[in-house]
Design a protein around this ligand. Structure first.
Ligand SMILES: *Cc1c(COP(=O)(O)O)cnc(C)c1O
Length: 431
């Protein structure tokens, strides 16, 4: 590609991306006015849909009973982890440190329980209202009755996933009774495939890079009008499902006394794969809480797909392979070489910036989080910690006593014990 040269001239940091040098990219368009394709009302409508389904979810997934069928994760203050962090970095963290523990979300143990399940609920409600007798005001628990299961069995749900989206969509859709198929690349985690099969999900393994798994799944789904394809590269429903996090985090801030205003900046660190989940969450945070909550995306140096797309403004028109990267990372939730069709566009004015990290550092934080706070996350989910140092040194306004730093832990509570230990030991060796 001869235009890589011209991209490097226009955007000098493309060269660092090409050389796998960790970078801090500050988004030059941050805070400008923009026409956005979604509104705050779309998020509030999604909150209502989750509420309609709460009685169904409470019955179908008993682990959600304590939350009355609402799927949400805790916001955990990390005082011990902050102490450890301060002990090993030159610049201490002046503000407070929290973990948004989506790693503990029910059903998939990951952030995918937001978008993936939301899209399945929306499809189920649509089918039940158009082909069955469901009304919006009905108690949606009736969707668990044999009559509706029979109806749903005539429809299908398909998705392509590196792992966690398959878990959330697969388990939710098969519980409703939909014929459910997930496409995964062969290197996806064995325990995830086993869990899906145990739930009656048809798991199709493909021997290709993940970027080509999605088109194959999309093509398979297009053959049957009764199959709903959940498109990780551009679904609006997934996006809005993630955005509901903005409403929930705002409530948690109120309960836990966390302020967001000019003197109390909040910085949120989100790992990005295809960019859908961090963008949806960021959209929700900005719509609900405004200009003083700032999002920073975190990506592996080998797979900076969203950063490359946004930096060059080419978004999904460029992949990390185009600049010669191999797209390989141990953070399997982030191993996506080409970004979403919608994420970068919507983030143009909403994302503060992004940081890229060398793979091994995430294992260090996985181990540290276990050792100091007894919290397990998967490697991808520790990516946020890698961005803090760059953020507070490059943006001094972020390193004040009144600042709140939130690392979004995107997954991990369902990992088998054996795998936890392997990840922990890898990190321990680096501490
Ligand atoms: C999916 C996922 C991400 C990234 O989400 P994208 O929508 O692909 O950007 C990060 N961490 C974990 C654990 C995930 O499962």
């Amino acid at each position: 590609m001869d235009n890589v040269q011209s991209l490097e001239t226009k955007y000098p940091q493309v060269k660092d991306l090409k050389n796998e040098t960790p970078i801090f990219w500050k988004n030059p368009d941050y805070g400008q006015d923009a026409d956005l394709p979604f509104t705050k009302q779309d998020i509030l409508d999604a909150v209502d849909l989750w509420k309609r389904f709460a009685p169904y979810i409470e019955e179908a997934f008993p682990e959600t009973a304590s939350m009355h069928g609402i799927i949400e994760s805790p916001l955990i203050r990390l005082d011990k982890m902050k102490q450890a962090w301060d002990g090993e970095h030159e610049t201490p963290l002046a503000g407070s440190l929290y973990l948004k523990a989506d790693s503990e979300l029910p059903i998939s143990g990951s952030i995918k329980s937001r978008g993936g399940i939301y899209e399945v609920l929306k499809f189920a409600e649509h089918v039940a209202m158009t082909e069955g007798n469901l009304k919006l005001t009905d108690n949606h628990a009736i969707l668990g009755t044999p009559e509706y299961k029979h109806l749903f069995a005539q429809y299908g749900v398909m998705v392509a996933s590196t792992g966690n989206l398959a878990l959330s969509v697969g388990i939710a859709a098969s519980t409703f009774g939909f014929k459910t198929t997930v496409y995964m690349s062969r290197d996806a985690k064995e325990w995830k495939k086993a869990k899906l099969r145990a739930n009656g999900v048809n798991v199709v393994e493909l021997d290709t890079d993940f970027s080509s798994v999605i088109p194959q799944a999309r093509e398979a789904a297009a053959k049957d009008p009764k199959i709903h394809f959940i498109d990780d590269e551009g679904s609006s429903d997934l996006f809005i499902g993630y955005a509901v996090a903005g409403v929930r985090l705002q409530q948690q801030f109120q309960i836990q006394g966390i302020k967001v205003d000019r003197d109390h900046p909040v910085i949120v660190y989100l790992p990005a794969g295809v960019g859908g989940s961090p963008s949806g969450v960021t959209f929700g945070l900005k719509m609900m809480m405004g200009p003083y909550i700032h999002a920073i995306f975190c990506e592996p140096t080998h797979v900076p797909s969203v950063t490359l797309g946004m930096m060059t403004k080419l978004n999904n028109k460029i992949s990390v392979f185009d600049i010669g990267l191999d797209g390989k990372t141990a953070a399997d939730g982030l191993a996506v070489g080409r970004p979403s069709r919608i994420a970068g566009k919507i983030m143009r004015t909403l994302l503060f910036g992004s940081v890229t990290f060398d793979d091994p550092t995430i294992y260090k934080y996985v181990a540290q989080l276990m050792d100091t706070e007894n919290i397990t996350v998967e490697p991808s989910a520790a990516a946020g910690f890698t961005a803090i140092e760059r953020a507070i040194t490059e943006v001094p306004a972020f390193n004040t006593a009144n600042a709140t730093h939130i690392v979004w832990a995107t997954g991990g509570s369902m990992m088998p014990e054996s795998e936890r230990k392997v990840d922990h030991d890898k990190g321990e060796a680096l501490l």
